[in-house]
Design a protein. Structure first.
Length: 393
């Protein structure tokens, strides 16, 4: 294992060389069933043939063009993505590289909108406790978890946090004289796959609309079909003012996107924002494949069905070490009696010969997180859960 990297990750003892479908293979040829998708990134699994073909063909044609110009593939991707998000009211898109970049763009849109409409001193962004919005200084400022803040202050001014689900706290925090935006994950991923109640989201939308505060949905992890609808906000019947996407948007190639609805679509003008690699042709080509594959009703229905099956199987065990199971679509979690990380280690180190390992995620001290590729079969889903049950036993 390379020892020249900075010590930023607690890595598990495995080094991969290739992948195929929902399987990964290490330097010793051992195989692992992937229930992580690279943290919701490899939504179509590994080496998905149409994705490989599109990336290779685009790399042979054009791999970068600066934003003085457009490329045909980036234009096609932007048009298709905006059309896919049109049911949520989206009109225009800015292409970036990551979820953090997308969320930074959303904050800039909210602050400029508020400045133009309401003047100075109305720039605060409200987020939720338990949220995660990125690791840049500004998106750390937006993240409502103290564990991520340690050692990195001072932070960008103008962010405040409130408890999730508390409508009275929401009403008080969304002050029309000082607040520009409410940034929210409909399903909080990093704090344990915690979906917000429909009533709470509806009240947030009502308060934001009435006070002219931009409602921003961070769908970096829960968007792109992960929960069984193309955007998570669709299941709530909500049309936000801004939506951010990344992770699975290009199936493993870095990309991010900020989409704006009618109210905010024209806010950013020439020189207001930029991204050197935003709209990269290779990422756009990959993104087109993901959109064409995922944004179909039968495909999304299968994601929802598989997610229900995953939760149903775990609940059916009635295992004494499993305390709660929750989630939507292929974005699920299980609270367990033991600490999660040692189980993740055992799931990897058990791989030997023809016996596969299992790639899982944690979300807090005692929570397992499941984000398998959308293409996982029922048999592979059952196989992975059987491995998990054996580990719990």
């Amino acid at each position: 294992m390379a020892d020249v990297f900075m010590n930023t990750y607690h890595r598990l003892p495995v080094c991969f060389t290739r992948g195929e479908g929902v399987w990964l293979f290490d330097t010793e040829g051992k195989k692992y069933l992937d229930f992580s998708s690279g943290i919701a990134v490899n939504c179509l699994g590994h080496a998905y043939p149409p994705l490989v073909k599109a990336i290779a063909e685009q790399a042979a044609r054009l791999n970068h063009v600066c934003n003085y110009y457009q490329s045909d593939v980036a234009a096609a991707f932007a048009e298709k993505l905006t059309a896919a998000c049109a049911p949520a009211g989206m009109k225009r898109v800015f292409l970036a590289n990551s979820g953090a970049e997308a969320n930074e763009g959303a904050v800039k849109i909210a602050r400029k909108y508020s400045l133009l409409k309401h003047g100075v001193n109305r720039h605060r962004i409200v987020t939720l406790r338990g949220s995660f919005h990125g690791r840049t200084i500004t998106t750390l400022s937006a993240t409502g978890q103290d564990v991520f803040h340690k050692d990195f202050g001072p932070f960008t001014e103008g962010f405040s946090y409130i408890p999730a689900g508390d409508i009275k706290a929401l009403d008080k925090a969304l002050d029309g004289d000082t607040v520009a935006g409410f940034l929210v994950e409909a399903i909080q991923g990093e704090s344990g796959i915690r979906a917000l109640e429909t009533e709470y989201i509806a009240e947030a939308a009502k308060l934001c609309a009435g006070r002219d505060i931009l409602l921003i949905f961070d769908e970096v992890q829960c968007g792109m079909g992960r929960t069984g609808s193309f955007l998570a906000c669709e299941a709530y019947g909500i049309k936000p003012d801004v939506v951010t996407l990344a992770k699975g948007l290009a199936g493993g190639i870095p990309v991010g996107a900020v989409l704006a609805g009618e109210k905010a679509a024209e806010i950013l003008q020439t020189g207001d924002h930029g991204s050197t690699f935003g709209g990269n042709p290779i990422a756009a080509a990959a993104g087109l494949v993901v959109l064409e594959t995922v944004n179909r009703k039968p495909f999304l229905e299968e994601i929802a069905r598989k997610g229900e099956k995953l939760q149903s199987i775990i609940r059916g065990w009635k295992h004494p070490k499993v305390k709660e199971v929750r989630g939507r679509g292929l974005m699920a979690a299980a609270d367990i009696e033991d600490e999660a990380w040692p189980l993740l280690e055992r799931a990897v180190t058990m791989a030997a010969g023809t016996r596969p390992g299992l790639l899982l995620l944690s979300a807090g001290k005692n929570t397992l997180r499941f984000l398998p590729p959308y293409i996982i079969s029922d048999a592979e889903l059952e196989q992975g859960l059987e491995i998990l049950r054996g580990l719990l036993d």
